[in-house]
Design a protein around this ligand. Structure first.
Ligand code: F1P
Length: 363
């Protein structure tokens, strides 16, 4: 298979993200589903966003956004934590289940536990149609336009994230945030070719031994997702930390063959850029993804993606994921791998047998 035939579904889905966002936002506005859903969430309940893999990282960004916009507590949990340690659930809580396929066994078991044993009304978001999660949850947001052929999640990740950020904005009565999604989609649509070319060139000019992704606030979940994309699509060793945490030991691995990617926030820019400068001075190769780069960030980045988006800070998260998706894609292709068929992975993790706890994955 020639390189041009590798990952045809995955790259098409990545490059379709701005248009997919427009379609999903338009449908959510037309149905007014987020407005009505936001009214079903009990006052004082802590939102618990739940998922597996990429969907757990959506949960991280969504929980952080929820608290930023509403001032109410929220947290992200992998489905397995609720299955194995159900006492970790806060009370009262509003569960929000995230699953692109709507078939993931751990998520379905959690819905059953919450609805049938704890008598909690759940909200689910999926890209599948006519799925088990739709039958089990009380409320369902279905973003069929964001579904994918590929195994790895890309446009489904960013589209479900925007929908959940939109739910938080409705809860907060923050119309400016919701309205910013239109500008986000059009501005990213204009910039996508440039981002695409920069990341492809970065990969083609280097051969990295390992990868580190750093982020704070809503961009920590973005860093986690970029880490997973590089691991899934290129079978490379990748780690993720809160940016300032990297100083506390993990920076020992830094060298020219390590690519350290910084997803820079606006709120913590100065502190995060000082880490970027430090890592550059240690000899690391650096990629910085930011909305607006100061002079220190410019001189400390081997590759700089500057988005200049006219949207609130947390709304930039979906756009900031894309360089990480492209990095994983082109690193995999450079290694002769096919991102459409990632090694060892299936599109959905379906577990054999019944009952809780960890069980063998179906082959
Ligand atoms: C989530 C997931 C993905 C992973 C792989 C297997 O499934 O774990 O995060 O990349 O595709 O499925 P879902 O519950 O969101 O369908």
């Amino acid at each position: 298979m020639s390189n041009s035939q590798l990952g045809v579904h995955t790259i098409a889905e990545i490059l379709s993200e701005p248009e997919t966002w427009k379609a999903c936002v338009a449908e959510l506005e037309e149905t007014r589903q987020l407005q009505s859903l936001s009214l079903t969430i009990p006052k004082g309940a802590e939102c618990v966003f739940v998922g597996c893999g990429s969907s757990y990282y959506i949960a991280m960004v969504a929980a952080n956004t929820w608290t930023i916009l509403t001032g109410e507590p929220a947290r992200a949990l992998p489905a397995s934590e609720i299955l194995l340690f159900p006492q970790c659930l806060p009370k009262p809580c509003q569960p929000v289940l995230i699953s692109r396929s709507g078939h993931t066994s751990e998520v379905l078991e959690v819905v059953g536990l919450l609805e049938d044993q704890l008598h909690l009304r759940t909200i689910a978001i999926t890209c599948g149609t006519d799925t088990p999660i739709e039958k089990l949850s009380t409320h369902v947001i279905c973003l069929a336009a964001a579904d994918e052929k590929s195994t790895v999640m890309t446009r489904s990740f960013t589209s479900m994230l925007l929908a959940l950020q939109g739910l938080a904005a409705e809860r907060a009565g923050n119309k400016d945030f919701s309205n910013s999604f239109h500008r986000l989609a059009s501005e990213v649509g204009v910039q996508l070719d440039g981002i695409h070319a920069k990341i492809r060139s970065l990969v083609n000019q280097h051969s990295f031994a390992d990868y580190v992704f750093l982020g704070q606030g809503p961009f920590y979940g973005v860093a986690q997702e970029a880490t997973l994309k590089v691991a899934e699509m290129s079978c490379s060793y990748a780690q993720c930390f809160h940016t300032l945490e990297f100083r506390h030991g993990p920076k020992a691995i830094v060298g020219p063959e390590t690519l350290v990617t910084f997803f820079l926030s606006e709120t913590g820019n100065d502190s995060e850029v000082s880490v970027l400068e430090e890592i550059k001075n240690l000899g690391g190769t650096t990629l910085a993804v930011t909305n607006s780069a100061d002079s220190t960030a410019r001189k400390s980045s081997d590759c700089l993606i500057e988005l200049s988006l006219d949207v609130p800070e947390a709304a930039r998260a979906a756009a900031m994921v894309i360089p990480g998706q492209l990095l994983g894609f082109y690193t995999g292709v450079a290694k002769g791998l096919n991102p459409d068929e990632p090694r060892n992975l299936t599109r959905v993790v379906m577990l054999e047998g019944e009952g809780g706890g960890a069980r063998r994955a179906a082959t």
